[in-house]
Design a protein around this ligand. Structure first.
Ligand code: PEP
Ligand code: MN
Length: 338
């Protein structure tokens, strides 16, 4: 259930409703949009039926939200969520934001060199995994805290925001100390303990879609983050598992369009993991921009043959330059900035 307030509703009207809900054991979330304020309720909503919210001062309408993901839904918030980051960066506005960098942080020198190149080409957020979810326990697992230190250092030197994956509840505080955006990986999309912990942390989050998750399950996972107090959430489509084996995953462009219709949260597209092959990354990125993605995340490496993870899908800087130029043309064609 959500309560839509009249344009002339006062702060006292809002607080009165919030107090009544608290008495009934519910938490509230107050969303102050450009046109209207909406109050959402977190907890067992049936309790609200005992009070006639329709006639409370300042209330315009009481709506039953049909979607099970209440706070994430467009019904709850009509306007697109715009996430504000350091250096004046945003995700979710008219601009297509670009995140890029290696799959894993490998060394300070390597990351600094790649960061300078991608920044000059228009990327504003630096990616780099320090804790890697590898299928084999014998594969490179990431540099851990040292990787985060390097990422933070390079981010500062190049004035770029940073994003890195948090794999475990025990790492949340550590990641929050070093990076601007916490990434929840595909393999952890339904790690509900992790979702709750990251929900309680006040850092922007990028929630990747699980490789076999439906859009509804993905949005329900995002709901965990919002229900625990974190509204700076972006969704990330990174390809799903289908019967097709010609590509590592099947990049689901539909998911960008559907998620943006069902939810107010920004949607990021990851054509690197979505295709698994550097040759297809550019086409995936262009399709994503055309479909309305708010941001792209692209794996870039100066020497993919020697990358410690995901070399096959990493672009060399010159190919990344081509991708950026082509995506800018697509962005202009669909009235977006890039
Ligand atoms: C990654 O971003 O390097 C990664 C492991 O992504 P995903 O969780 O989408 O596989
Ligand atoms: Mn990767």
């Amino acid at each position: 259930m959500i309560v839509i307030l009249r344009a002339d509703a006062t702060e006292a009207n809002i607080q009165h409703i919030a107090e009544q809900a608290t008495k009934l054991g519910l938490k509230t979330n107050i969303s102050r949009g450009a046109e209207r304020t909406v109050i959402g309720f977190i907890g067992p909503e049936d309790a609200l039926r005992v009070i006639p919210l329709e006639v409370f001062p300042g209330v315009e309408q009481v709506l039953q939200v049909l979607a099970p993901y209440r706070l994430v839904s467009r019904e709850f918030k009509k306007e697109n969520t715009v996430i504000k980051l350091n250096y004046g960066e945003t995700i979710g506005g008219n601009k297509v934001t670009v995140m890029a960098g290696p799959c894993s942080v490998e060394s300070y020198e390597g990351l600094l060199s790649i960061a300078k190149k991608i920044k000059a080409l228009g990327a504003s957020i630096l990616r780099g995994g320090a804790f890697k979810p590898r299928t084999s326990p014998y594969d490179f697992q990431g540099l851990g805290e040292e990787g985060l230190r390097i990422l933070q250092q390079v981010g500062k030197e190049t004035q770029m925001c940073t994003v890195s994956e948090v794999m475990d509840t025990r790492q949340v505080e550590l990641l929050a100390k070093y990076v601007d955006i916490l990434q929840i990986g595909a393999r952890n999309m339904q790690n509900f303990s992790l979702l709750k912990e990251v929900g309680m942390c006040k850092k922007p989050v990028m929630l990747k879609r699980g490789m076999s998750a439906t859009i509804k399950e993905w949005l329900m996972s995002a709901e965990y983050l919002l229900a625990n107090g974190n509204f700076d959430v972006m969704l990330c489509e990174r390809g799903i598992r289908t019967f097709e084996t010609a590509t590592r995953n099947t990049l689901d462009i539909n998911a960008v369009v559907v998620a943006k219709r069902l939810s107010h949260l920004p949607v990021v597209l990851d054509p690197s993991h979505g295709t698994g092959s550097w040759e297809y990354v550019g086409a995936g990125a262009r399709a994503g921009v055309a479909a309305g993605a708010d941001a792209l995340i692209i794996e870039v490496h100066e020497n993919p043959e020697e990358a410690l993870s995901d070399g096959a899908q990493s672009l060399m800087p010159d190919k990344f330059a081509e991708l950026m130029a082509a995506c800018k043309r697509v962005a202009a064609a669909v009235d977006r900035e890039m």
